[in-house]
Design a protein. Structure first.
Length: 200
């Protein structure tokens, strides 16, 4: 919330109304000034402003889990493991997307637990209940400490990060222009970079 916190501090006269939705919504029809999505899902008729560099999802587990159940060497090995699934807003369970050397796989895995909140998914993985598929940015401290171990990293390819987006065909209000300028200010040169390389 660094961006929003700084925006609120600088412009106390502006009311900030944030709605968090996992489903795709029409920001124009919903009366919103702007939205935030992954780069790949921003509509083509929108103007997109980068908020982050590339992101990466990692397959992770605790050292204890891997010692007990073995370390997967290929995505098909995941079929012999229990995963922590994520329930999407449409009701389905998110399928892990893995890619290497042009081969793309969508994994429909045995699920031990299904949760719809990232903090709960991370906690379940940390407790050793199964293998998880979590954004690298969200678990950096656990990776650095060794509490979580990444596996199948060659199959975990980076993808376009988060984008602030807004309609390019209509008037841009001053409050939104101020937010866009703040995004550029808080993203120093070189801020867009590839995710860290970690051992398989």
């Amino acid at each position: 919330m660094t961006l929003i916190g700084e925006y609120v501090r600088r412009y106390p006269q502006v009311r900030v109304d944030i709605v968090s939705e996992s489903r795709m919504i029409d920001i124009v029809g919903g009366g919103f000034d702007a939205g935030i999505r992954l780069a790949e899902s921003v509509p083509q008729d929108m103007i997109a402003v980068p908020l982050t560099g590339d992101l990466r999802m990692l397959v992770v587990a605790t050292p204890e889990y891997l010692k007990l159940h073995g370390t997967p060497r290929h995505p098909r090995d995941l079929l012999g493991h229990q995963s922590i699934g994520r329930r999407m807003s449409h009701g389905g369970i998110y399928q892990w997307e893995l890619e290497r050397d042009g081969e793309k796989l969508r994994m429909d895995l045995p699920v031990r637990m299904v949760l719809n909140e990232l903090p709960l998914i991370k906690e379940a993985v940390l407790q050793g209940h199964g293998i998880g598929f979590i954004s690298e940015r969200y678990i950096e401290s656990e990776l650095d400490s060794g509490a979580l171990v990444p596996v199948l990293t060659p199959w975990c390819q980076p993808f376009g990060g988060l984008r602030l987006y807004y309609p390019g065909h209509r008037f841009v209000p001053a409050r939104l222009r101020a937010l866009i300028e703040l995004v550029h200010e808080l993203r120093p040169a070189g801020a867009v970079r590839m995710p860290k390389k970690r051992r398989p």
